[in-house]
Write a protein that binds this ligand. Structure first.
Ligand code: NI
Length: 151
């Protein structure tokens, strides 16, 4: 880590106690680590809300592959939005279930729409969309890259 800034925080004792309990449950090594994670999560939420144009995310879905036409529909949606699909990985969980991790890149709201469409298909057991946010510097690089190339 290149240079950190220390700052102090004032909060009510009972709030701190609850926070420490949470850190213990989540097995976070230090309060600093916990606060860093919270801040990052908050910034990521903000990124979603501000509808960033170069959001990168993973969509993890678990489904029953015996469900008729589900596989077809999954592929149809991904092909329809091919420009947002970077890559996908398929894992056969057991006799009936498959896990798929799809890496997406594009405008935050469009990624969310596509994820909602996929998660809403009949036969999907679980679906989780996670936005990955690069650091501010990397973020700036991606921006300038997309300006020089029209994709
Ligand atoms: Ni499978």
């Amino acid at each position: 880590m290149s240079g950190v800034v220390r700052f102090s925080v004032s909060l009510e004792p009972d709030l701190l106690e609850r926070f420490d309990q949470l850190c213990k449950q989540e097995k976070l090594a230090t309060r600093s680590e916990a606060v860093r994670q919270l801040i990052r999560e908050k910034l990521t939420d903000h990124e979603w809300a501000s509808d960033a144009t170069d959001a990168t995310a993973t969509l993890t879905i678990v489904y029953d592959h015996h469900r008729s036409t589900l596989m077809e529909k999954l592929l149809e949606v991904q092909h329809r939005h091919a420009e947002m699909v970077v890559s996908s990985m398929h894992v056969h969980l057991d006799h009936d279930h498959c896990l798929e991790v799809i890496v997406l890149r594009g405008q935050a709201s469009r990624l969310q729409q596509m994820a909602a469409e996929l998660k809403g298909l009949k036969g999907i057991h679980q679906g989780h969309l996670v936005l990955a946010r690069a650091s501010q510097e990397q973020h700036a690089l991606i921006h300038s890259h997309s300006q020089t190339h029209s994709h």
